[in-house]
Unconditional design. Structure first.
Length: 588
């Protein structure tokens, strides 16, 4: 666009300058013709025969009569502007029409070139000087009065000027120089006011219509040439720019390809480079391509070193965890063996053994978690089989209810429709029973819930159908996700907290699991690092039991290994209004 704008400005400037030059040339030529016409007008129609003498008899513009039959020459009148009585007349006074010499009369306009004023004839004389072309105006004065004012139209016919038109012409300064003047109903003229040889003023004007028409045609040609030049320059410029930017397109493609690579985890592999033909450092684009390749070399080397370091760390953790399993099992075994004979052990020793056993259990759990994370980080394949998430949710709620009865555990499942009650609170209570419909929610506590197929039932004969929430995955690992999320709610919320586990289909391809509590919530400063390993909350999340700080990290790793995602948000608008964890898993 900038190139087109520059070309447009240059084209307009060139066209304007050439048009002005052409106009000046045409006006100068017109002024030369005007001066010549003015000079002819200054001499008047009789000046070629002498300023004061009438033209000879028989010359153009005169008439005569012969004798009436005796051979003598009769009297006649010439084309003099003055008659016998001194009056002014533009026409001759004919003699006796019957007294002729026998020669045929000539047409007054015969022999006059087209476009010029008739200058001679047998019956009258033109008031305009000979040689004046079409579009010429002459105003002839005599005794400071207008004797004749006329112009020759395009057909060569002499036309009289009106008083208004004469007044327009009289505005021209009498300085013998051409001026532009607008004449009413006739248009623009170049006019010059001079003085004849007899001392009378004279005005001669020539139309500028020819100049205007020439300029208009020239402008049309120029506009066409400028437009064609702009189009041609645009096409050619676009082609040249695209051709010159083609190497940059290759660089951009390489950069986009690199940006789409998963460089944040795992083994990176070989990063694609810019083609060698675009890395010639003798050109600007080649310098950029070479610099980009050097940068990619550095990035690839750094990522490879990072991956090797992470691999070594994971291998160390896996090896150390595996080696710690045996001594930890031995510690637990010996402590349990000693506790079988409490009478032979002092009370203080028993308390110490209890402490040793509990810490051994905790360290064993930590070792197992580390081993699991090491396997997940290594990308080991998971089992792939259909897993009913509703059944896992029921088991998880029941286990959580058994482990922490000081919390309120609820299961929230959508109903698929049919007959049967909706039960809330304890299963043994019939309070709140009503017919259920499709879209209703089934809310049960954790006591005695059983599951089989796609139906839920309590300790009676009532059966509840729910939508299909089956996914393909590793049942043991998904069960651990439920256990970790509910364990997180149990450990980090105070007694009396209400925890709701929800399962619902999300379209045809996904299933969503939610775990919502109305506890004190998670501090906003902790949210960015919540799923990091060994991440721990502050006093706002009360620690009632032991926690390794790996539960949420394991849950995230398992969910991501299944192609899903996990997120956390506040359950309400206030920071202290609880927490909601949401897991979204693909069905296949």
């Amino acid at each position: 666009m900038v190139l087109v704008a520059i070309l447009l400005v240059l084209g307009v400037a060139l066209a304007a300058s050439s048009t002005l030059a052409l106009r000046q040339s045409l006006v100068d030529r017109l002024d030369q013709e005007l001066v010549q016409a003015s000079q002819r007008a200054e001499r008047g129609p009789f000046d070629r025969f002498g300023a004061d003498a009438p033209p000879p008899e028989g010359a153009a513009g005169t008439t005569g009569t012969t004798g009436t039959g005796d051979g003598s020459t009769g009297s006649g009148t010439t084309g003099s502007p003055e008659g016998a009585d001194g009056s002014t007349s533009g026409a001759t006074v004919p003699a006796d029409p019957g007294a002729t010499s026998g020669a045929p009369a000539e047409d007054p306009g015969a022999g006059t070139p087209p476009g010029e004023a008739p200058s001679s004839g047998t019956g009258n004389q033109s008031p305009l000087p000979p040689g004046q072309g079409a579009g010429t105006i002459n105003v002839v004065y005599e005794d400071e009065a207008v004797r004749f004012a006329g112009y020759i139209d395009a057909s060569g016919t002499l036309q009289q000027l009106t008083d208004e038109q004469v007044a327009d012409l009289e505005t021209v300064p009498a300085d013998d120089r051409p001026h532009t003047v607008e004449v009413s109903d006739l248009g623009s003229f170049r006019a010059v006011a001079t003085t004849t040889q007899r001392g009378e003023p004279s005005i001669t004007a020539m139309s500028t219509a020819g100049v205007t028409e020439t300029l208009e045609g020239y402008l049309l040609v120029e506009a066409g040439l400028v437009a064609a030049g702009i189009v041609l320059a645009s096409v050619l410029g676009t082609w040249l720019v695209r051709r010159s930017l083609r190497p940059l397109d290759s660089l951009a493609d390489a950069a986009v390809h690199v940006s789409e690579l998963p460089l944040d985890r795992g083994e990176v592999g070989e990063i694609p480079r810019v083609d060698e033909q675009f890395t010639d450092e003798r050109t600007e684009v080649g310098q950029v391509g070479a610099a980009l390749n050097r940068m990619l070399d550095h990035v690839e080397a750094s990522l490879t070193a990072r991956h090797e370091s992470e691999t070594q760390v994971r291998q160390f953790v896996a090896d150390a965890s595996h080696e710690l399993r045996t001594p930890l099992a031995s510690i637990r075994g010996y402590s349990e063996l000693v506790r079988r004979s409490p009478d032979q052990v002092p009370p203080d020793t028993l308390r110490a053994l209890d402490r040793i056993e509990s810490e051994a259990v905790r360290m064993g759990d930590l070792v197992e978690d580390l081993l699991l994370l090491a396997r997940l980080d290594a990308g080991r394949p998971l089992d792939r089989e259909p897993v009913d998430l509703a059944a896992l949710a029921i088991d998880a709620v029941a286990d959580a209810h058994a482990a922490s009865r000081d919390h309120v555990w609820e299961l929230d499942l959508p109903l698929a429709g049919g007959e049967g009650p909706v039960m809330e609170g304890d299963q043994d209570s019939a309070e709140g029973d009503r017919p259920r419909a499709e879209g209703d929610t089934l809310t049960l506590d954790g006591d005695g819930i059983l599951a089989e197929g796609d139906a839920l039932w309590a300790d009676g004969d009532d059966t509840f159908d729910i939508p299909d929430v089956t996914v393909v995955g590793d049942e043991a690992r998904l069960r651990q996700v439920f256990a970790n999320l509910l364990g997180n709610a149990r450990v980090h919320t105070p007694p009396g907290t209400r925890v709701v586990v929800g399962i619902r289909p999300d379209g045809e391809d996904h299933v969503v699991l939610t775990v919502t509590d109305d506890g004190p919530g998670i501090p906003p400063a902790l949210l960015p690092s919540l799923f990091q390993r060994f991440s721990r909350g502050d006093s706002a999340r009360n620690r009632v039991g032991g926690s390794t700080g790996l539960g949420l990290a394991i849950a995230q790793a398992v969910v991501q290994a299944h192609g899903g995602d996990i997120s956390v948000r506040g359950a309400g608008p206030a920071p202290s209004s609880g927490t909601t964890f949401e897991v979204r898993l693909p069905r296949g």
